[in-house]
Design a protein around this ligand. Structure first.
Ligand SMILES: Cc1cc2nc3c(=O)[nH]c(=O)nc-3n(C[C@H](O)[C@H](O)[C@H](O)COP(=O)(O)OP(=O)(O)OC[C@H]3O[C@@H](n4cnc5c(N)ncnc54)[C@H](O)[C@@H]3O)c2cc1C
Length: 410
C-alpha cells in the first residue's frame, strides 16, 4: 500500500486521515495538541473551548462524518437563539423581519435603507471589501451596527481589509445569481434567518477529535516536522498546518514559501470566566468598538459548560498578542463588567493564540490560486482553514474533496 503523510493533527488533517485510511498507509504528525484549534480544556468543573465552539448543521458532510465515526452532536439550547450587540448598551438582535422593524438596533432611516437592497445593482466582475459590499447593498448604518461586530465575531477582523468574495463567497453568489440578497433569500425560502442550527458535543469539540482518532487506522505521532525532506519515503504528503507553518516546512520551495507567508493572521485571546446569574441569557454578545470582540455565554448554550468566554483582540486590537496572561484576564474582567455589569468572577482561565485566524484579505482568492498552482508543481497537497474556508464545516467539506482528488491522482 502507498504511504501518505499528513502534517497537522487539526480537524483538517484528522478528517482527511480518516477518509483515506483504506486507500493508504497513513501517518499523521502533530507538534502540539491533537485537534489544533478544536480543543476543549477542562478546568475543575469547567469546559472551555480554546477555539471553535460548535458548527452549524447546514453542512451535510460534518453530520455524515459524525455518523460514520459513531458520535452524535447535540443541538444548542433554545436560549442560544437570542443574540446581542453592545453599542454602549445591550440590544437584542432581532431575528424576525417584523421584530426588526420595531427594534432600537438601527434608526428608521437605516432600516428603510436596508429595504432598498432589492434595487441595488449587483457587482460581479470585481472583488470588493466587506465594508464596500455592506455599505453599497445595505447602507452605512447596517455596516456600522451589524457588519463590524459580525466580522469581528467570525474572522476577528475588520471589514475594510477583508475580501467579501473570499470571506463570504455564498453571499456573493446569491447577489450575483438573484440580483439581490433579499430576492435570493426569498427564493431560497430562508426568510432571513441563519441557516442551520448550532451543534457541538456533550463534552466539547475534543469529543469529535478523540472519536476521529479512535476510528482511524493510522500512525499518530507527536512530532514537529521542520522540513518536508524529513518525510522522505512517503508517496504523498499533505501539509494540513496553518499557512505560516506550511511556509516554514516548505522553505526549500522558495516561491511557494514566500507566497504562503503573505497570508496574515489575527491574534485572539480567549478568557474563560464564571459569574453567578450573569445576564443576558442567550448565545452571546458582539461588540462594535470594544477590545472584547464578543462574549460567548457558553453556560447557556450547551450542557456541561458552566462558564462564559470572552474573545479579545483581533485586527481591532492586535496589541493583545504582546500582553501577558494576567493583563489579558484583567482586561477581560473589566470588559465584562462594562458590558454586562457582572463582577467578581469565580474562575479565570486564559488561552492566547498569537496567530489565531487567517485574515481573508483583499486579494486572498488570487493568492490562494497562486499558492495551489505552485504547490501542485511541487507535488504537495495543502489543506486547512488558511485557504478556502475558515470554518470547522469548511475544513471537513474540503477534506472530502481533497480525499477524492488524492485518490484520483494516485
Ligand atoms: C478562537 C477561535 C474560535 C473559533 N471559533 C469557531 C467557531 O465557532 N466555528 C467555526 O466553524 N470555526 C471556528 N474557528 C475556526 C476553526 O477552529 C478552524 O477552522 C479549524 O479548527 C481549523 O482546523 P485546521 O485543522 O485547518 O487547523 P488547525 O486546527 O490550526 O490545525 C493545524 C495543526 O497543525 C499543527 N502543526 C503546525 N505546524 C506543524 C509542524 N511543523 N509539524 C507538525 N504539526 C504542526 C498545529 O499544531 C495544529 O494542531 C475558530 C478558531 C479560533 C482560533
Amino acid at each position: 500500500m502507498k504511504k501518505l503523510a499528513i502534517i497537522g493533527g487539526g480537524i483538517s488533517g484528522l478528517s482527511l486521515a480518516y477518509l483515506l485510511q483504506d486507500n493508504f498507509e497513513v501517518s499523521v504528525f502533530e507538534k502540539e495538541k491533537w485537534g489544533g484549534k478544536a480543543y476543549t480544556q477542562r478546568v475543575d468543573d469547567y469546559l472551555f473551548e480554546e477555539g471553535v465552539n460548535g458548527f452549524l448543521s447546514n453542512q451535510p458532510k460534518t453530520l455524515e462524518l459524525c455518523e460514520s465515526i459513531g458520535i452524535t452532536p447535540i443541538k444548542a439550547n433554545e436560549n442560544s437563539k437570542k443574540r446581542y450587540i453592545y453599542d454602549d448598551k445591550l440590544i437584542e438582535i432581532p431575528t424576525k423581519p417584523i421584530k426588526f422593524l420595531t427594534s432600537p438596533i438601527m434608526s428608521l432611516k437605516g432600516k428603510l435603507r436596508i429595504l432598498m437592497e432589492f434595487f441595488v445593482e449587483p457587482i460581479c466582475d470585481r472583488e470588493e471589501s466587506v465594508k464596500d459590499f455592506a455599505i453599497r447593498r445595505l447602507g452605512k448604518e447596517f455596516y456600522e451596527k451589524m457588519m463590524i461586530p459580525m466580522l469581528a465575531g467570525i474572522y476577528a477582523s475588520t471589514p475594510e481589509i477583508t475580501s467579501m468574495n473570499a470571506a463570504f463567497p455564498k453571499l456573493k453568489k446569491v447577489e450575483c445569481e438573484y440580483g439581490s440578497l433579499f430576492k435570493g433569500m426569498i427564493k431560497l425560502k430562508r426568510g432571513g434567518e441563519p441557516s442551520g442550527e448550532l451543534h457541538s458535543f456533550n463534552f466539547g469539540m475534543s469529543e469529535m477529535i478523540d472519536a476521529l482518532k479512535r476510528a482511524t487506522k493510522a500512525t499518530f505521532e507527536k512530532k514537529e516536522i521542520k522540513d518536508i525532506e524529513d518525510l522522505n519515503g512517503f508517496d504523498k504528503i499533505v501539509v494540513a498546518t496553518e499557512s505560516f507553518n506550511a511556509a516554514k516546512i516548505l522553505k526549500r520551495y522558495k516561491k511557494l514559501s514566500d507566497l504562503l507567508e503573505k497570508i496574515k493572521f489575527n491574534p485572539v485571546a480567549i478568557v474563560g470566566l464564571d459569574y453567578e446569574n450573569i445576564k443576558p441569557v442567550g448565545f452571546g454578545i458582539l461588540t462594535i468598538k470594544e477590545k472584547a470582540l464578543g462574549i460567548l455565554m457558553d453556560k447557556y448554550i450547551f450542557p456541561n459548560r458552566n462558564g462564559i468566554r470572552v474573545m479579545l483582540g483581533g485586527a481591532r486590537f492586535p496589541e493583545i498578542k504582546d500582553m501577558n496572561e494576567n493583563e489579558i484576564i484583567d482586561l477581560a474582567i473589566r470588559e465584562v463588567e462594562k458590558i454586562t455589569g457582572a463582577k467578581n468572577p469565580k474562575i479565570t482561565w486564559c488561552k492566547l493564540h498569537k496567530k489565531a485566524i487567517a485574515n481573508y484579505s483583499l486579494g486572498h482568492q488570487k493568492l490562494v490560486d497562486e499558492i495551489f498552482e505552485e504547490s501542485e508543481k511541487e507535488g504537495i497537497y495543502l489543506h486547512g482553514n488558511s485557504y478556502k474556508g475558515i470554518s470547522f464545516n469548511d475544513c471537513i467539506k474540503n477534506s472530502y474533496e481533497l480525499a477524492q482528488k488524492i485518490i484520483r491522482e494516485s
